[in-house]
Design a protein. Sequence first.
Length: 260
Amino acid sequence: MGAEARDSQGVVARVAEILRAFAEAGDSLSIKELSQRLELPPSTLHRLLDQLLETGLVERAAHRRYRVGGEFSRLGALAARKAGMLRLAGPMLQDVARQTTETCMLGLLLPQSLSMMFVDKAAAALPLPYPIRMHRARSLLWGATGLCLLAWLRPETVEQVLRRAGPCPLDGRAPPRGAALAERLAQIRARGYALTRGEQTRDAVGMAAPVFGAGQRVVGDLCITLPRARFAAGDEARFAGLLMQRAATLSRLNGHVAPA
């Protein structure tokens, strides 16, 4: 093996180590922390991180720190499309879409970037007047699908999401204060589902129920979206009951054991 081939192999291994370090840390890392973890000189890390920034696999965080980027999370979700929960969720999505006549999606929590992503959907008889962007990272702070996941995360994780939060994508309003958000999340947990109107898409209603995995951890949610004009007075109870039932079934299939 020539010197060029050996050097290329070394670069690939180092990039893999960097991405693995971010994934295992679950939060941002500084150059100093990466250098200590990987036993690599800061100059080498600067060069490799600059290349990873260009690809979107890594992004800059506050205070000269780095974290995994949206492309890293997107690729991870795409790689999992044929595995585990995604295979199990198909019949649930189709059933909810058939019974509600509305589009049903599977949202997946992306712990490394503290975001979520739609990874599968079942289109319904009634078409949507707006697009659904699949396989793109979305904030946990705006919309039913994100808030449903956020409600079952640890308080310190919620604080991290708030620190990273940007304005509402629809109208630009500022993120809620911690106390107001905590109260809203407590209400979601109490009723077992999230309901929002016009937070991610104008004149759209979103509903979501959590899906859990082993260890009592939330891993995703089942959600529906529909225009506000189609959301009748009696739909909330019917849709919510169906979503929670199918989400609970998917949780059991995914290894979740409900607490006694």
